[in-house]
Design a protein around this ligand. Structure first.
Ligand code: ASN
Length: 360
């Protein structure tokens, strides 16, 4: 798909040719935020049309805002790694012309997309804020306008004294919390507080004022933005449960073309000690499959070797995922394996903290 999609300038308070007002780009990808009911009574994504007619408060913002709508907006359940690469290319293409980016996206897979973009956009120096809604814009009690307006304010935010970018990270803003992209998890499908920051404090809270947790925001030495171009799709997630059979484990780990698998284990990274289970893992490793051990617990971390039930993992070459989320782990596998590096570098990157996804 071309990255030369038309930009629509929104009429705002900064219209009076205020050349100093922050320039922000909204990229609309779909999701409930822009949905309406079809004839069968199902919610489906629609084109936005004139966004400011549906969200009049947008016109009162002191920013220069442009809107770029994808020609075929989607429910985020249909998002693919190709969409992430495309979105990253779009941001790269417009990077120099805007001070910040807001991605309107469905909530269902927003945490995956935000994590994926965190890896793909290396040396990011500007905010990329994902947001969306639980109730479509234009419907009564919609959270769309509130989420979008604060996301725009965050994308425009600068340090009060130094005037440097306040949040040069990919993040998710939803229902008053700003969450690092690699720490976000969708935890609610019915309430407005749909996201949680897992194993890391929120980067900002929006009350009457915006309170940024500056000490928790990643400020990396400036570098040139690199937009990576490849993700490995030969990956899987294997979630353990008591009673999981050898046939299931073997089937997943021997999928043709499998390069990496997130093992969702119990507690601090524990799994059965049965010989058949260890043999399945060993054989997968011998076929060159990378295994990343992630806990099913929402908080805490993987500590391989703490219990006998994870004591053999290190010798098998299974990588402990520390306190990473499953969303950040599967996208990290896609990203790191997509780099096509040798054994040693791949292991190093999978173990390292790349974008604030783990607390080593
Ligand atoms: N199914 C929707 C989506 O992820 C849910 C939402 O946006 N609230 O696209």
């Amino acid at each position: 798909m071309s990255s030369d999609l038309p930009l629509l300038a929104l009429p705002t308070l900064a219209d009076a040719a205020d050349a100093t007002a922050p320039r922000l780009l909204i990229i609309y990808t779909g999701g409930t935020v822009g949905m309406a009911f079809n004839r069968r009574g199902e919610l489906v994504p629609m084109q936005f049309g004139r966004l400011e007619r549906k969200m009049p408060d947008l016109t009162r913002l002191p920013f220069r805002i442009s809107l770029l709508s994808l020609p075929n907006p989607i429910d985020s359940s249909n998002v693919t790694p190709q969409d992430w690469l495309y979105l990253a290319r779009l941001i790269g293409r417009h990077y120099a012309d805007f001070d910040g980016f807001v991605v309107l996206h469905g909530t269902d897979t927003m945490a995956y997309s935000a994590a994926a973009l965190s890896y793909i956009l290396e040396h990011l120096g500007k905010p990329v804020v994902f947001t969306g809604a639980q109730v479509p814009v234009g419907r009564s009690r919609s959270d769309a306008q509130r989420n979008l307006i604060t996301a725009l304010e965050i994308a425009a935010a600068r340090h009060p004294r130094a005037h440097t970018v306040r949040v040069p990270e990919v993040c998710v803003f939803f229902n008053d919390e700003l969450i690092r992209g690699t720490r976000a998890k969708k935890v609610e499908s019915q309430q407005f507080a749909a996201f949680k920051s897992e194993n890391y404090p929120p980067l900002a809270r929006a009350g009457i004022t915006l309170e940024f947790a500056d000490k928790d925001i990643r400020l990396l030495p400036a570098g040139r933005l690199t937009v990576h171009e490849k993700l490995e799709t030969g990956v899987a997630v294997l979630r353990l449960f008591p009673g999981i059979t050898e046939a299931v484990v073997r089937a997943v780990l021997s999928v043709p073309g499998l390069r990496g698998c997130v093992l969702e284990t119990y507690g601090s990274g524990n799994a059965p000690t049965s010989e058949w289970f260890i043999a399945c893992l060993r054989e997968a490793r011998q076929r060159g499959v990378w295994l990343l051990n992630v806990s099913q617990c929402e908080e805490g971390r993987v500590v391989q070797g703490l219990y006998e039930t994870s004591a053999r993992f290190a010798e098998l070459g299974i990588i402990g995922g520390d306190d990473i989320t499953s969303e950040a782990a599967i996208t990290k596998l896609m990203f790191v394996l997509g780099l096509g590096l040798g054994e040693e570098d791949t292991r190093r990157l999978l173990t390292q903290d790349l974008r604030g996804e783990i607390t080593p």
